[in-house]
Each structure stands twice: as C-alpha cells, then as structure tokens.
Write a protein that binds this ligand. Sequence first.
Ligand SMILES: Nc1ncnc2c1ncn2[C@@H]1O[C@H](COP(=O)(O)OP(=O)(O)OP(=O)(O)O)[C@@H](O)[C@H]1O
Length: 481
Amino acid sequence: MAADSWAQAVDLQEATASDSIKSLQIKDKPEENGAAPKAEGESNNKTEEDDNEDKATNSYLNKLIRSSLVDNKNQVEVLQKDPNSPLYSVKSFEELRLKKPLLDGVYSMGFNRPSKIQETALPMMLAEPPQNLIAQSQSGTGKTAAFVLAMLSHVDPNNKWPQCLCVSPTYELALQTGKVIEQMGKFYPEVKLVYAIRGNKLPRGVKLQEQIVIGTPGTMLDWCAKFKFIEPKKIRVFVLDEADVMIATQGHQDQSIRIQRYMLLFSATFEESVWNFAQRIVPDPNIIKLKREEETLDTIKQYYVLCNSKEEKFEALCNIYGAITIAQAMIFCHTRKTAGWLAGELSREGHQVALLSGEMQVEQRAAVIDRFREGKEKVLVTTNVCARGIDVEQVSVVINFDLPVDKDGNPDNETYLHRIGRTGRFGKRGLAINMVDSKMSMNILNRIQDHFSESILFVQVRQVKTLQWSLLRTIFSPLTS
Ligand SMILES: Nc1ncnc2c1ncn2[C@@H]1O[C@H](COP(=O)(O)OP(=O)(O)OP(=O)(O)O)[C@@H](O)[C@H]1O
C-alpha cells in the first residue's frame, strides 16, 4: 500500500499495528542459505511441496545474488547513459585532463567513466586559477573521488609541507577518505598524506612534510592553531566534506574554520539556512545545487512497518533478519543506549552483529568498521555517527530502528537522506525500512515523506514470506528489467 494519505496511514496503524504484532513470532530461524522462515500458521512438518518450494527458492536466490553482484557493472553502464541519472556522463576521464598518474589511479580503482558530479565539478576544480565551489550531489555518486582528484591535482610534490586540508565530520570517514587518497594517488608516490585524527599524537614543534592532511575538525584546528603543525598561509586547497553538518555544528559559532584559500564544500544535503551561510563564507563560489526532488535516489526503495514499542520493533526485525542478511545491513538507532540494547538482544537471539557508537575507543571503532567492510559481520547496529559518508558496497538494506529527529524532536530530513544513502551506492539497488512505533513517529515519517515528495510504502510484517520476497526482488532485480 502506498501511504499516500497520511491520515489514512495513521488510522491504519491504529487498526492493524497491535493485530499484526501478534504474528511477529518467528516459527523457524532463517536457514544459512537465506531461505525464508515460515510465516505464522504454517506447519513445521515439511511436505514434498514445501521441499520443492525451498529448492526453487534457493536456486532462485542464488541466481539473484549472483546476478546482483556480477551485473552491477552493467547497471552502472546503463545509468551512465541515462541523462536523468546522477551517474550520467558524456565525457571520459581523459577529457577531464587529469595528470597521467592520477588517470592511472582512477582506472586502477575500476572507474570507467566519471559520474555527473565528477564530470561537472572537476573542470571547475582543476581550472587555473582555482575557483571556489559549493557542490551538492546525491549520496554515493562519487563526490569523494571528485575532491580527492582536485587535491591531488593541486599539490606540488616538490614542496614538503601541507598544501591541502580535508576535514571530515567523523573519525571513520576521515580514515575512509584517506584510503581513497592513498588508492587514487598510488601512482603518484611523491605525494604524501597524514591523518589529523584522535590518537595520532605528534611531538610538539614537528614540521609536517606531507602535502595532504585529512582529519576531523577538533584535531585539525589543534594542529593549525594550537600546535602550529600546519601553516594556514601555505594551504592551497581546503575541502570541507559533509560541509553542511560541519557548518551547522562548527561554522556558525567558530569562525576559525574559515581559511581564505581555494575552498571546496561538498555534501548530499544543504539545508536552506546552511546553504545561505555557506555562500556567505565562500567568496564567489561556483555552485552545483540539486532541486529538492532530485535529492533522493530512485534506486533506493523505501518502506515502513508499524509496531507498538521498542520490543515489537525488535520482533519485527527478527522476522526480516533472514532477508536483510543476504547481503549486509546497517541499523540506525537514535541513542547509544538503544544501539547497545539492540545489539545485545540480537546477539542473544544468536545473530552475529557489530556495534559502533561514539563512546567507543577509536581503535575499537576502526576495527569494527574494518570487519564490517570485510563482511565478517553482516549487520552493523549504529547511531548517527555512521549516518554520513560510510561507503560499504555490499550494504543492501538500511533500517531506521528509530527515525532521525533533531534535538527538538522534529524530523531530521538531512540525516534521513544520509542514513538511507548508505545503501544504493553508485548505481546499486538498495532498500530502506523505517520502523514506526507511535503516532509521533508516524507523524515524523509523514513529514519526511512530504519533505522529499517521496512515497514510503507500507509493508505488513505479518506477511513475513511476502516481505522477504519483496525485499529480495527489490534488492536483486536488475535495473533494466
Ligand atoms: N566514476 C566512478 N566509476 C565507478 N565507481 C565510482 C566512480 N566514482 C566513485 N565510485 C564509487 O562509488 C562509491 C560511492 O562514491 P563516494 O563514496 O565518493 O560517494 P559520495 O558521493 O561521496 O557519497 P556520500 O554522499 O555518501 O558521502 C565508492 O565505492 C566509489 O569507489
């Protein structure tokens, strides 16, 4: 059912939520191979028909999974020829006139063509003299590669001092962007990188030799202002990744974030007041801005389920667990406490899950994200600390166990978009499931839907098998079909 009438959707909650919750018990644990669990009312005594159905299911699933993994390259090619897609491009990387080692770096990462943001932003960023840029592009469309190429293009490797600064909002994202710089610059070994992140303590008075510094705001400011490891005057390029959240949390109050150099601001979202502020702090910027209706990705299908409490949401989650673990999933909670509780409950049910939240030691956080990236855990339970930027290709499902709200309890539309954007990366298909547990959260969901003029579809958790199949179809059916 498309929830096109919100009053109707709330009524529906009252009429069906408690009813549907009764059917949330799992009769069978999902099989290792991803077969759907039995829905309520189904017998555990298998008939020949059940056996045949299981076999057919397994063989179909295997095919779907294989095709989704193998066909993504073709899907990207299809999208890169579609003028309505954010991956559309008419140019090749050669035409963007990158230095030879950078071109080699790009191709070694398996990139064939630029995405729309890369094709549009790179000529502006590589121009001499460089021009300031404020750029918005949907999640997972290659913003990181765009500004990494800009930084690598502007450094002079003969000068042994920091020339480019890149600030990321979280420790994990700084590490991830650093990896992209290392990969893309691997044929340009004269250019070196250093991480200005918690835990990387340098002796006082040290003079940095590295040309690129990537880090988080606090440590970066300390390195510039307190320890003077970096001379702001010598900085040629200053990148603010996830610029809107950095401005919202730092920029309005702290003017020291303003470095009057060539400034590049990137994000998938720019709330109006932040956009205006960004234009005030960046002199004469080039601007790449999306219309509101362009902000969401068609490749991510969005659903919601109705529950009555945290415990019922947990039961609903258990019911769809088999489907979400076919590939990988991220589950977002509002607080560290809920994330810890949920990870504990899932573990008690015998599920192997990872937990990442802000209070953990940085080494622990790095280890958790590495293991998840390697697929050692299929489910990551987390908070907004992982809402932005984290790029794990195999994430096919995002679950909002709690809907994102700001400190006043209003919908946090930007965080919603970033959270669901952890799936559907660069042309992949993805699925977002929102768990609604009260009239208030239904209202939040309605307002998020209104904000993006997007349909978030209702699914009956009762129909476990149907849900599993619809999830699987959504994730794995090829874009061309
Ligand atoms: N031109 C390209 N061809 C193929 N893959 C690409 C290309 N550019 C980027 N990618 C891949 O697409 C994925 C998403 O890219 P990236 O993380 O840069 O997106 P983003 O726009 O920064 O996302 P977010 O808004 O979430 O921060 C990455 O895995 C990246 O390696």
